[in-house]
Design a protein around this ligand. Structure first.
Ligand code: DMJ
Length: 397
């Protein structure tokens, strides 16, 4: 693509010099990741300059006693703080910003952005109390650097992308950082040992949660990133049984859509482990919404790229049809809905999350594209907001 030069008016006007608190994780994966991706796809220096400006403004978040970053940072004032109600940060948030900051250092040759990431990872590694066969709790304290709320393990909200970024950093770095690989492999074994179960009647494989050693057959839609991540690992030379699990989980995520009256997955599914009724047994009213999330179509994209099995495209097509039928807004755009079980009244919420455009539609587009080289998975690694970043060349041996 031809570099366009710094003549895009909106970007000239884009200023981060604002007295505003932003969430470190969301701003990193959505905005910093997006700017870095735009820089690579266009070659336009302006995007890198903006990325550098934003990255520098977020650095105060890392000035904590433990170096575990605060969740919120004021990008105008240069101050940072945890959420009002706690001094904890969310594990997924503090461990899913490395792809972006490492890339920023790589591009600018300024180590300050990534210096903390290696230490940070080492800190997370050595926080053994609370880690369980590679699985991590959902919270970490910014003062002590220790996990808090121990004994609760999920691959869903607040932990999901910790696992995703172990693998993706290893891939980004040219598969040279053994600690990352070890932690990822250990985590997959922990998942298999403690969280994988099957439903009674249909033998669907799903990932549940563990709370103080009690298993809960509950799976967030967020967990549907896992088939894609496992498949990416298998494609990158990791054990083939990762792909077997990916295929089984992909079927389950598909069923989470197919078994609902609207053809759209609920935010949270509860699985029937023993009975002979429906596979997805109970849907609590509070779990029945759909936020137009990307994880299932993201995994379908990976599965199709690696296997070329037409069924993955068909499943993605069905999901798109359901989005069109139940979430499309006549005046333009799409909306989250409140009840995936009621096609007559799905309860439009008049709200479209930015990840619908950034991720869901992008992954659907890539799923249906026949161009293998379009953002090749051997050249790019996607951050957790679907922004592609280049895989670095391996250093000579
Ligand atoms: C996105 O912001 C990212 O994919 C994140 O990792 C999880 N939540 C949303 C999409 O569901």
């Amino acid at each position: 693509m031809e570099p366009r030069g710094p003549n895009i008016p909106a970007l000239k006007e884009l200023s981060f010099d604002k007295n505003v608190d932003v969430n470190l994780f969301e701003t990193t994966i959505r905005i910093l990741g997006g700017l870095l991706s735009c820089y690579h796809l266009t070659g336009d220096q302006l995007f890198l300059d903006k990325a550098k400006d934003l990255g520098s403004r977020m650095m105060p978040a890392f000035k904590t006693p433990s170096k575990i970053p605060f969740s919120d940072v004021n990008i105008g004032k240069g101050t940072a703080h945890p959420p009002r109600w706690t001094s904890d940060s969310t594990v997924a948030e503090v461990t899913s910003i490395q792809l972006e900051f490492r890339e920023l250092s790589h591009l600018t040759q300024d180590p300050q952005y990534q210096v903390w990431t290696a230490n940070h990872h080492r800190n997370i590694r050595k926080v053994l109390p609370g880690k369980y066969d590679g699985l991590v709790p959902m919270f970490i304290n910014t003062n002590s650097g220790q996990f808090s709320h121990k004994g609760v393990f999920t691959l869903g909200a607040r932990a999901d992308s910790y696992y995703e970024y172990l693998l993706k950093q290893w891939i980004q770095g040219g598969k040279t950082e053994d600690e990352l690989l070890e932690d990822y492999l250990q985590a997959v074994e922990g998942v298999k040992k403690h969280l994988v179960r099957q439903t009674g009647p249909g033998r669907l494989t799903f990932i549940g949660e563990l709370s103080q050693n009690r298993f809960n057959p509950k799976m967030d839609h967020l967990v549907c990133f896992l088939p894609g991540t496992l498949a990416l690992g298998a494609h990158s030379g990791l054990p083939p049984d990762h792909m077997d699990l990916a295929q089984q989980l992909m079927e389950t995520c598909h069923q989470m859509y197919r078994q609902m009256e609207t053809g759209l997955s609920p935010e949270i599914a509860h699985f029937n482990v023993q009975g002979s009724e429906a596979l997805i047994a109970v849907l609590q009213p509070a779990d029945r919404h759909n936020l137009l999330r990307p994880e299932t179509v993201e995994s379908l994209f990976y599965m199709y790229r690696f296997t070329k099995e037409a069924k993955y495209r068909d499943w993605g097509w069905d999901i798109l049809q359901s989005f069109n039928a139940f979430t499309k807004v006549p005046g333009g755009g799409y909306t989250s809905i409140s009840n995936v079980r009621d096609p007559a009244n799905p309860g439009p919420r008049d709200k479209m999350e930015s990840f619908f455009l950034g991720e869901t539609l992008k992954y659907l587009y890539l799923l249906f594209s026949d161009d293998e080289e379009l953002l090749s998975l051997d050249k790019y690694v996607f951050n957790t907001e679907a922004h592609p970043l280049p895989i670095w060349p391996s250093p000579p041996k």
